[in-house]
Design a protein around this ligand. Structure first.
Ligand code: ADP
Length: 481
């Protein structure tokens, strides 16, 4: 198949979270499976410097934006035989310090930036000479693409327009803008009234859900959850209406990148058969974060955006209780200033137990996954979650709340004792998490059982090859209409 995949972030070019990992890895896996794949993404600051082979194409992307006209350049990079990246270069919009925000404040023109980007995606889908057969868009930033394609196919002579698949990575981020932002789409008003309108404002994700031919989200459980009022973020009624076209497909892991045997970030390689290197990584991590190098101290870790979603509040509460034991805890994260301050305070109060690094550091993320004994992920909700899957491969036992993709990817002893890979808890509370941490402490002191958990975890296969077929089926069903 010929697939055009559009995303506001794609690893290794730009990343704020799992969206980048997913789109980068899915594109690679699709190309590897023999499909022709084009990725469309903004040319953010620094990409040209890091990827010297990028070339400017003789192709100006001019788009009406309300009453004005905006123009971008097209830059491309071939990654593999059937895999090419199309960068939208528009420095006024994308040559900035952040992707979506700076100093904890969203850019005020995000609506404009990503409506323009969405128009460029529709334009490329229409005019690329290799004629994409399916367009896959991701999250609110490309949420307007389905309506744009729909309109052009019905009213502007694009008779053979391909179907659009919208993947929802996180329903909580919808791209909500003032009503006048809609004018920038240059779409007739009926697309507002039958799709984008949210009590008088423009909701980009809602428009995407209304007009996409098929919808996917990133785990089977989250697909069910988002059709309920509790998880539906106000869009559950629309999602219920579209549920026959909504599919939950678990994200895969790019094991070429996230592995413990060939990984330059790690202090020592290790594998299911040679676990000695894991202890070396643990000692190195303790040293790196200024903690006492004590093999007997169970080491817990977290790598996260510091937002309410990730359960930071119950985590800080549970840890308070646990520092009477020998445990150590390391955290890498960035986000809400109040959580950053709370993490710093915790580290200041328990300097021999807690190591905190605020910021974004891919190498340290790998070292935490490798060096810890347990990985904490007590999310309030979690569409898929990647870190728990990385933990599994790194033999680091995940402790997760039973929600979304966390529930779909971790096996608790209560569910299937011989196949257990982690520890799950249900209630969203510090007490429930503390209880799960106590279970982990017991497990830590039972090396034989711990070894079984690790073996199960490291053998678990969440590769893209496993789930690619499901995307192929969804694309096919979209083509059939
Ligand atoms: P989300 O997309 O909701 O942030 P995921 O678990 O799906 O959560 O994906 C998060 C991705 O971002 C993982 O690859 C994780 O390692 C990475 N990540 C998150 N915070 C940081 C950080 N501070 N430094 C480095 N990597 C991070």
């Amino acid at each position: 198949m010929r697939i055009l995949l559009a995303s506001s972030e794609v690893h290794p070019f730009s990343k704020t979270g799992g969206l980048a990992d997913m789109t980068g890895a899915l594109a690679k896996a699709l190309a590897h499976a023999g499909h022709r794949v084009g990725i469309v993404t903004p040319l953010y600051r620094g990409i040209q410097e890091r990827f010297r082979e990028i070339r400017r194409e003789d192709w100006q992307l001019g788009q009406p934006m309300g009453g004005k006209f905006a123009q971008a350049e097209l830059w491309t990079l071939s990654l593999a035989n059937r895999l090419k990246v199309y960068f939208i270069s528009k420095p006024e919009y994308f040559d900035r310090a952040g992707l979506y925000n700076e100093n904890d404040a969203d850019y005020s023109d995000n609506g404009e930036r990503f409506i323009f980007f969405s128009k460029c995606v529709a334009h490329l889908a229409r005019y690329l000479p290799w004629k994409p057969e399916i367009i896959q868009v991701n999250d609110w930033q490309t949420g307007m693409v389905p309506a744009l394609v729909h309109h052009q196919s019905r009213k502007e002579g694009w008779g053979d327009a391909p179907p659009v698949c919208l993947t929802i990575h996180n329903l909580a981020y919808q791209g909500l803008f003032p009503r006048n932002t809609y004018d920038l789409t240059n779409l007739p008003l009926d697309y507002f009234h039958t799709g984008a309108d949210q009590t008088g404002r423009v909701n980009c994700l809602k428009a995407g859900i209304a007009f996409a031919d098929v919808l996917t989200t990133v785990s089977p459980r989250y697909a069910r959850e988002i059709t309920t009022e509790q998880f539906g973020c106000g869009l559950d009624a629309l999602l219920r209406k579209r549920s026959a076209r909504l599919f939950g497909i678990l994200n895969g892991v790019d094991y070429a990148e996230w592995n413990t045997t060939h990984n330059l970030h790690l202090a020592a390689p290790y594998s299911i058969h040679r676990m000695r290197g894991k202890a070396v990584n643990k000692a190195a991590l303790q040293r790196e974060l200024g903690l006492p190098v004590v093999p007997e101290a169970p080491l817990f870790g977290t790598i996260t955006r510091l937002t309410e979603q990730k359960g930071i509040d119950i985590q800080l509460g549970a840890l308070e209780e646990m520092f009477s034991t020998k445990m150590q805890f390391v955290l890498l994260g960035s986000g809400a200033p109040e959580y950053e301050r709370a993490c710093h305070r915790l580290a200041a109060r328990f300097p021999r137990r807690v190591g905190v690094r605020l910021g974004y550091d891919t190498g340290l993320a790998h070292r935490i996954e490798a060096g810890c004994d347990f990985y904490l992920m007590p999310s309030k909700y979690e569409p898929c979650g990647l870190n728990q899957m990385y933990s599994l491969r790194y033999g680091t036992i995940p402790i997760v709340r039973k929600t979304g993709g966390l529930d779909d990817t971790v096996v608790d002893a209560g569910e299937d004792p011989p196949r257990a890979t982690g520890i799950k808890f249900t209630a969203y509370s510090s007490a429930a998490l503390a209880k799960a941490i106590r279970k982990a402490m017991v497990l830590f002191h039972r090396p034989d059982v711990l070894t079984t958990y690790r073996r199960n975890a490291m053998a678990a296969d969440f590769s893209w090859e496993r789930t690619l077929g499901e995307y192929e089926r969804v694309y096919q069903s979209a083509k059939l209409g």
